[in-house]
Design a protein around this ligand. Sequence first.
Ligand code: SF4
Length: 105
Amino acid sequence: MAADTAGPKPIEARDSAAQERRNQSGPARRSAIAERAGQMPRSCRATYLKATRGKASPRVAIKAFCMACVCWTRQEVRLCSDLACPLWMYRPFQGGAPARGSADL
Ligand code: SF4
């Protein structure tokens, strides 16, 4: 009897896919990071890449995440209105001098 190809994937295949997703330095992750880095302003890349390599402090990683969340606009992070976001209290650019240009880390 032929194998049914329409059913769920075998456990081994699912485990392999899950393992690939979890592989922190695998080609799928490197490719996804490179693609995203190419979509952001140059001024944001170094911080983003540092965070994705696990070389940034949690504070810097939050900064990179917030900047990505609002399409790389510093002022938007500062004025973020998503009060329910778990990072809201930790977001950067809350005080001090007014934000300079956009897309600036
Ligand atoms: S605090 Fe605001 S900018 Fe930062 S991740 Fe949350 S919603 Fe996005």
